[in-house]
Write a protein that binds this ligand. Structure first.
Ligand SMILES: Nc1ncnc2c1ncn2[C@@H]1O[C@H](COP(=O)(O)OP(=O)(O)OP(=O)(O)O)[C@@H](O)[C@H]1O
Length: 615
């Protein structure tokens, strides 16, 4: 209590019994003003004081409670599994909201060395195991840490340059396909929603102006396909001007990206960003794939001795990885390879159907109608996708095609439709083989045997993701058997893939329908050709201002032929409609047991086992 200025302390005479050696004494204040001792709070009416005090206490109490909860959450409960591997709280919060309660194995093994040890990472783990976050989290952390440093510097120096570095391009993530780039960008956007960071996607097939606009927003992270990125760099996009200064580089699906002749722009980009050795050393690199260390056997014809030249040997996994390290400019990378011996995802069941070429369509339709569920059918060529799309449309299967010759908008639209319908059917080339994360794809059907074991792993990996189960079926015709055997041998299989058990009665029903659909398809095509022929003759005549005689026009017998075809078409359509009205008994492959019921182990194809070297 403070005395007023006038207040004086005076000794008070007391009667003390006992020896206190002069230690006892009392003083009293002689003059004071009681008002000066009141705090401002005391001056207010009592009821108001009480209310305010109560409010203040509640507030204080709340902050305290919040603090305790935060602390508890961070240290003991929810955030713990993520905090344990140093993931920033802002990111953990977003991940928990997504239902990601703990890191996956590849995340647990790669995030700490990348994030704390700042190590370059070479990561290989099965499809659908969460590799995207394994590189995204250390990047987010790294940028946030760097920005903290920048803001301290800006407090000190208050210079404009720091501002520039805050908004510079920090990280570049390259992917082989546009759809994958968009998906990775969305995944990162979710993870950074509680941070001030920005991410943008740069892909071909979209308006260059729009992408230029996105770059004007100065994103810290850019996800891109190499071709469009290279174009924008060459058109002097300011945000890409100092691309060699990026501090983080990811090459997703690396083995695919650096395949010879596939992404020439990537090699040019690497040359540019590795030009300055100091900057290259400052950069942290991430290389990820499910098939990083896998080495496929080269076909024998590529190994034949040419005059005097040595026989080309299959490369080793070690050599493959060394190639990545050198090309990308990695320093002492941490190699984490947790792919299984089979190379396939854990919950995946594999099966095959041997068939002659003409009958593949029957089996395909059989599989799709007897086992309805979100299914993805892979073909080796665009023409095959087109043919099947037309056939399956006639069969009322509503297929959604996806290939590189489609407009980007249509590609994304079909992908969205596939994602939103649990019974949808996507017909795709290998543009959809890598990285695409579509929840709950139940079946992957290889209409044609993929050319390499890597493609087999990636295609099959569109199902059985994130610890779910799934089924993959290979349709193999006789001349595909050597490729199939080579795949099995590269994957170190000592057993043939089991046969898929086919119900012959249902297959008969499928055959009948497919035959009619083929008929419909072929007549429709004929009629289209006829129509365009007539259209072309008339259009040319019009342009040349010619009046055609009757004998120059398609003749009456042609008319008759067209009418006959139309009639046949109508009849076939009617018959097919009647057949389609009778449902083919559908079996569910929802659980692994039911999948196993339809698979019969067999050993028809001889597999020559090859030892797989893993570093
Ligand atoms: N910690 C986690 N907990 C639960 N789910 C996760 C976790 N991390 C990632 N996922 C989810 O797992 C799925 C697969 O992740 P991601 O696409 O990163 O796999 P991937 O290993 O890159 O697959 P691919 O090799 O096919 O590219 C995604 O749906 C992702 O959101």
């Amino acid at each position: 209590m403070a005395a007023s200025k006038k207040a004086q302390w005076q000794p008070v005479e007391i009667d003390v019994e006992g020896d206190f050696e002069g230690l006892a004494g009392i003083e009293e204040i002689s003059d004071y003003n009681i008002e000066s001792f009141r705090t401002s709070a005391q001056k207010q009416p009592k009821s108001e004081q009480h209310k305010k005090k109560k409010k203040k206490n509640v507030k204080a109490k709340n902050t305290f409670v919040e603090k305790i909860i935060d602390q508890k959450e961070i240290e003991e409960t929810q955030f713990y599994p993520w905090n344990n591997i140093y993931v920033p709280v802002e990111v953990s919060k977003a991940l928990l909201e997504e239902g990601f309660m703990e890191p996956t194995e590849i995340q647990r093994l790669t995030i700490p060395p990348a994030l704390k040890g700042k190590r370059d990472i070479l990561g290989a783990a099965e499809t659908g195991s969460g590799k995207t976050l394994a590189f995204a989290i250390p990047i987010i952390y790294g940028i946030m840490k760097n920005l903290e440093l920048s803001s301290k510097e800006s407090d000190k120096e208050n210079c404009e340059e720091t501002n520039i570095s805050r908004n510079k391009l920090w990280a570049l993530i390259l992917t082989p396909t546009r759809e994958l780039a968009i998906q990775v960008k969305n995944h990162i956007a979710t993870a950074i929603k509680y941070t001030p960071l920005k991410v943008a996607v740069i892909v071909g097939g979209m308006s260059a102006e729009k992408q230029s606009r996105l770059l004007k927003g100065e994103p810290h992270i850019v996800v891109a396909t190499p071709g469009r990125l290279w174009d924008l760099m060459n058109s002097n996009e300011p945000h890409l001007a100092d691309i060699e200064n990026i501090r983080f580089l990811v090459i997703d699906e690396t083995d695919r990206m650096i395949e010879t002749n596939h992404f020439p722009e990537l090699r040019s980009l690497l040359l540019r960003i590795n030009n300055d050795e100091d900057k290259m050393k400052q950069r942290q690199n991430f290389v990820f794939s499910a098939t990083l260390s896998l080495v496929h056997q080269l076909p024998d014809y590529t190994k034949k001795r040419k005059r005097g030249k040595k026989i080309k040997k299959d490369p080793t996994s070690e050599k493959k990885l060394q190639g990545f390290i050198k090309l990308i400019g990695m320093t002492n990378p941490k190699i984490v390879d947790i792919t299984k011996k089979t190379g396939m995802a854990t919950g995946l069941t594999e099966a095959k159907i041997l068939s002659v070429f003409e009958e593949k369509d029957f089996y395909l339709y059989y599989l799709l109608s007897v086992y309805p569920g979100r299914s993805l059918v892979f073909c080796n060529s665009i023409s095959c996708v087109r043919r099947l799309a037309s056939l399956l449309t006639a069969l009322d299967m509503k297929p959604l095609p996806l290939h590189a010759n489609m407009q980007q908008r249509q590609r994304l639209k079909n992908l969205d439709r596939f994602k939103s319908n649990p019974r949808a059917l996507l017909l795709a080339t290998d543009v959809a083989a890598r990285g695409l994360d579509i929840p709950s794809v139940e079946h992957v059907i290889h209409y044609q045997v993929p050319r390499t074991s890597e493609t087999y792993i990636h295609r099959s990996g569109r199902t059985a993701r994130a610890q779910k189960t799934g089924l993959t079926v290979l349709l193999i015709e006789t001349n595909e058997v050597p490729v199939y055997s080579r795949i099995c041998s590269t994957l170190g299989r000592d057993k043939d893939v089991p046969d898929f058990n086919v119900d012959l009665n249902l297959l008969k029903m499928a055959k009948e329908r497919v035959k009619l659909a083929r008929q419909i398809d072929s007549i429709s095509l004929n009629l289209k050709k006829e129509k365009s022929k007539i259209g072309w003759i008339e259009k040319t005549a019009q342009e040349m201002e010619l009046v055609l005689d009757d004998d120059q026009l398609p003749n009456k017998s042609d008319d008759y032929e067209v009418a006959k075809k139309r009639k046949a078409l109508d009849l076939a359509k009617k018959q097919l409609k009647e057949l389609l009205n009778v449902p083919m008994a559908s079996k569910s492959t929802g659980s692994l047991e039911s999948i196993n019921n339809v698979i019969v182990p067999q050993k028809k194809i001889k597999i020559v086992k090859k030892k797989r070297k893993i570093v």
